[in-house]
Design a protein around this ligand. Sequence first.
Ligand code: Z5A
Length: 210
Amino acid sequence: MGTPGRFISLEGGEGGGKSTLIAGLRGALEARGLEVIVTREPGGTPLSEQVRALALTPPEGETWSPLAHALLMNTAREDHLRKLIRPALASGKWVLCDRFADSTLVYQAIDGGDLGSLRQIQDIVVGDTQPDLTFILDAAPEDLLERREKRAVSDVFEAKDLSFHQKVREGFKAIAEEAPERCVLIDALMDPEQVLEAALQAIDARLEAT
Ligand code: Z5A
């Protein structure tokens, strides 16, 4: 693992319950006496939050190409890793990150980005700071429709149709199959308490938590 801290990312389609699970995990891990940092991508540092705004809510009428979008995500990621994630892990903290590099491989590939190039950029930026564990909150997009509609989010992804969300689901499932040692698929339709329990069981089984 290389570092004394632990790095956990949360991924999946919109409205899957990542933020809800992160809040539950933070409480449970802090109750075990662990130091926990909660962060998100794109974002997490002052500069990366500015990049987030530029990437997700560009000026009206303006759009990013898939490559430019991927570069922006990775620009934000480089700053986030260097200033927040790596120092936190090195000092023994647990980092819970709402989305990370898997999101780029899924979203920017669906938008038309070349997967080989996306992986090359990711290798340069992420290096060996891979998450120790990745929770993928999974459900059929039609079952998450109501949750997505409730969110007060306005960004470049808000108007996407069901087929886009289906591709997002398939993209994350493919990553889970490719990296079963890192990824745990969780049924996002379970109650929040059951989702948290499943995540904690995986942490205990895979990370030998204290
Ligand atoms: N993006 C990208 O393209 N490339 C990249 O490299 C990266 C990101 C890093 C913003 O992400 C966008 O950035 C995202 C991909 C792109 N695209 N979109 N859209 P984000 O993570 O900030 O936004 P999001 O994916 O839309 O997440 P969210 O709105 O924060 O949702 P969530 O965290 O997964 O869910 P939640 O807020 O915990 O829950 C949503 C609602 O459901 C809420 O009312 C909860 O009370 C409810 N909920 C949660 N869990 C449950 C359960 N278990 N049962 C019932 N109800 C529940």
